[in-house]
Design a protein around this ligand. Sequence first.
Ligand code: ACM
Length: 279
Amino acid sequence: MSSRDASVHRIACLQTAPLFGERERNLDDLERRIEGVEADLLVLPELFGTGYSFRDRAEALSYSEPAASGPTGERLCRWSERTGGLVVGGFPEVDGDRLFNTCVAAVGGVVRGLYRKVHLFGFEDEIYDPGDTPFPVVEHRGLRVGLMICFDWAFPEAARCLTLAGADVLAHPSNLVLPFCRQAMPIRALENGVFAVTANRVGTEHRPPRPELPFTGHSQILSPLGEVLAEGSGNTPDLLTATIDAARARDKSLRSGNDRIAERRPDLYGPLLFSEAGR
Ligand code: ACM
């Protein structure tokens, strides 16, 4: 048992530059880059083994794997033993005849949590089924880690659901192409009083009929006040680290004395649940 404070945790985030379709090579490269990393939480990007721009569902299916027993899931399990903590990362997941853009959380060599992307971005709805899982929180060594994927940043409800489920930190595997997430995630962290780790990628994919997609890098580790604790570059792979105190995410008060969570008025938030947006 370590003597460090039980609420203090080491966080790592890997920004990658995968080559489309070169799964073994991408996984081997990543394995080299995390050699020696010890972390209570390591976050990797969305679809980090395969790349992003599948031409169609059949191509994505050819790279898909079951949640826990495929080549990527097995590596995540192995890396969780090596880093000594929770490892979160994404891949195309097949379940019967359904295909999801999924991330899993592995710890101690086994998959402990799974999240299937709910808000599909652009052409993703031609490839994947929309997620059917609630936003999950996985606990390890007293750190409660909420799972969301990339475009979920644009839906504040995702981060809020994870906060209400007890998350101290949002683990956010991403393949970002819009520039806005970098501005939005500090707000998600601030409004919820949680840490956030966005693991993004760099490089460009152009696989017609898909448009050319330059990925934006600038992965981030954020504090519960939206401060940037670590940030990646815009065009190279990077390893980001930070030490965080989960107690900061359990105190939702602001200097004014207000509490961002306790003072909510859900009795007046009915439209969040029942309205047809903007109609
Ligand atoms: C995205 O959701 N991968 C942009």
